[in-house]
Design a protein around this ligand. Structure first.
Ligand SMILES: *[C@@H]1O[C@H](CO)[C@@H](O)[C@H](O)[C@H]1NC(C)=O
Length: 106
């Protein structure tokens, strides 16, 4: 009997560790490559579509008209759109994701 309890406990613990590791790696930053002139959507981690977030690029707020729920939508990106994009969940301000945008040509 004690064995069942112990194993159930380990399974739960392992699941928690896996979920935690996944969360960490989502925040760890990734790189998104896009072509010049394309429309780009960046997704803030795995938040629900009704989540409210604030996006920053290079540390400054992105205009709210580019934000739809947890998504950031950039039309016709150019080289100047490159940068480090971070999203913060409202109202806690928790950092949820970081994406480096690399716009390239040809
Ligand atoms: C972010 O910083 C990089 C490097 O300084 C710059 O090239 C880029 O244009 C900046 N991006 C935005 C959207 O301001």
């Amino acid at each position: 009997m004690a064995n069942i309890v112990t194993s159930a406990c380990c399974v739960v613990l392992a699941a928690v560790v896996v979920v935690y590791a996944q969360r960490r790696s989502q925040q760890g930053g990734r790189i998104q490559y896009e072509m010049i002139g394309s429309d780009v959507t960046m997704m803030c981690g795995t938040l629900e579509s009704d989540a409210s977030v604030t996006w920053k690029v290079n540390g400054t707020d992105v205009k709210a008209d580019k934000v739809e729920g947890p998504r950031l939508i950039l039309k016709e990106v150019a080289l100047a759109s490159n940068g480090l994009y971070s999203c913060f969940e409202n109202p806690t301000g928790d950092l949820k994701d970081q994406i480096t945008l690399r716009v390239g040509g040809e």
